[in-house]
Design a protein around this ligand. Sequence first.
Ligand code: SF4
Ligand code: SF4
Length: 285
Amino acid sequence: MRELRANISGIIKSSVIDGPGNRMVIFFQACNLNCMYCHNSHTIGLCNYCEICATACPTQSLAIDKEKKQIFHNDVTCTHCDTCLKVCPENSSPFYKSMSVNDLISEILEIKDFISGITVSGGEVMLQAKFLEQLFISIRNHTELKALSILIDSNGNVDQNRWETVLDWVDGFMIDIKAYSPDIHKQITGFSNEKILKSIHYLNLKGKLKELRLVFVPTYNDSDEEIKKITDLMKRLSPEVKKVLIKMRKHGIREKYNFLNEPSLDEMKAVLNRFETAGLNLLII
Ligand code: SF4
Ligand code: SF4
């Protein structure tokens, strides 16, 4: 079988907020939404080797070979100022790496005794469903790794065939809902939510939807109509699905979206109460 590779923007070796237990989290580069409140906007795009970041770097820590499509980063001189991320016109980064399934298996083996599972996240990880299939088969066939649980953290914006590719190998999915109305969803993310709504129902039907999370953005997705439609959707899901209300946080978002209002604790509680009145209890995180 041909060895597939994926662009990996980062790996956290220990996390207790990305699913149950202590988990390794692997972040994939590139996303098919462009959320206003994205606080990792440098994971949205792929690099086109334009050299803008190398020119802007105040410590000359980047060198780019356009022909070979390679980026050299001097970690000794880099001051981690993030200028390269801020100037990139592609919402990308000079730091993500191309990795094979075997590369990731080696990373997981190093810490297998300290984790209960792995979570793959993004960017939008389901854009790399074929790579995930190979990764998960390798984990399930590995005597030292097969007991690890596997969770996928996704924006849900893909067709059913991608879910089918990985469904048999994973324990569950955590999906965000940004808005119910396609128009409001487009305002928040730049894209409609038709596929996302279908994905939520499909994964629920298959018993694999573990968590559905609403990111609360004041004045965007808190109208009476939005709350009613999201409540109706969540009520139709299995009671086993954890329903979560997430506070939109402005930390790390792009400057052009500074006009967004981060909800106060009182506003979070008020929205929570409106869901409770409609007969739905959400967790706040
Ligand atoms: S990371 Fe961005 S700015 Fe740097 S070379 Fe790639 S596309 Fe250009
Ligand atoms: S983080 Fe700052 S110092 Fe490091 S490579 Fe990027 S621009 Fe240069």
